[in-house]
Design a protein around this ligand. Structure first.
Ligand SMILES: Cc1cc2nc3c(=O)[nH]c(=O)nc-3n(C[C@H](O)[C@H](O)[C@H](O)COP(=O)(O)O)c2cc1C
Length: 190
């Protein structure tokens, strides 16, 4: 891999930050499709590709969704109603990886798969100049009801997307590498 490519990727990763305030400007569907294209290429257990993307860019539909998704204890996420685009990242589980595989290993592969695909989406959005935020604090039941999502699908996350209206310059707060990475042996305690 060339240094240039490596450098581009780490710069993109460093520049990404959660955006919760958006300009009113709408987002071209073509840009969202490019993000879904990037997501589509993600790896997945057994190549099951469980991800499904429901893109909400219609104001009325978004309001209806927000009402159901961000009420009661989920009210803190009401800011997301002002995002020009809300993506519902769902999973359609398959038999081999997500039902039999999970029985044996206990691993919820679809969550990993959708996490990877979602981050592909988000990094592509970053490259296209869009701000995004993962949203895990929402009513599953409410979203399913509002959008008539098949009952067998799982909703993994929502993603808000649009043009950043003033989140710039926040410092990244992260553990350092020594705390999270071990070579060959895990040292107990600290
Ligand atoms: C799975 C997941 C769920 C999240 N849910 C929410 C959420 O419901 N509301 C919110 O404001 N931010 C949410 N976030 C954003 C995190 O708060 C944010 O990524 C974290 O604080 C690090 O900040 P950064 O993204 O700006 O680097 C979520 C992030 C992830 C990965």
């Amino acid at each position: 891999m060339s240094d240039k490519n490596t450098n581009n990727l780490i710069q993109l990763i460093k520049a990404r930050q959660s955006v919760r305030r958006f300009k009113a400007e709408s987002v071209d569907r073509d840009l969202i499709v490019q993000c879904v294209e990037a997501a589509r290429l993600a790896p997945s257990a057994e190549n099951a590709q469980p991800w499904r993307f429901i893109v909400i860019d219609d104001q009325e539909q978004k309001s209806r969704l927000a009402q159901k998704a961000f009420s009661g204890i989920y009210r803190p996420t009401r800011w997301a109603e002002k995002a020009p685009v809300l993506v519902i990242l769902c999973a359609e589980l398959d038999l081999l990886a997500n039902r039999l595989g999970k029985q044996i290993t206990g691993i919820q592969y679809y969550l990993i798969d959708c996490g990877i695909a979602g981050e592909h989406f988000i990094l592509q959005a970053q490259e296209l100049g869009l701000g995004t935020c993962w949203i895990g604090w929402f009513s599953q039941k409410g979203v399913k009801k509002a959008l008539n999502i098949p009952s067998a699908w799982r909703i993994v996350s929502l993603i808000a997307a649009g043009y950043n209206a003033g989140n710039e310059g926040k410092r990244k707060i992260r553990y350092n590498t020594e705390k999270i990475c071990y070579f060959n042996i895990v040292k107990n305690g600290k």
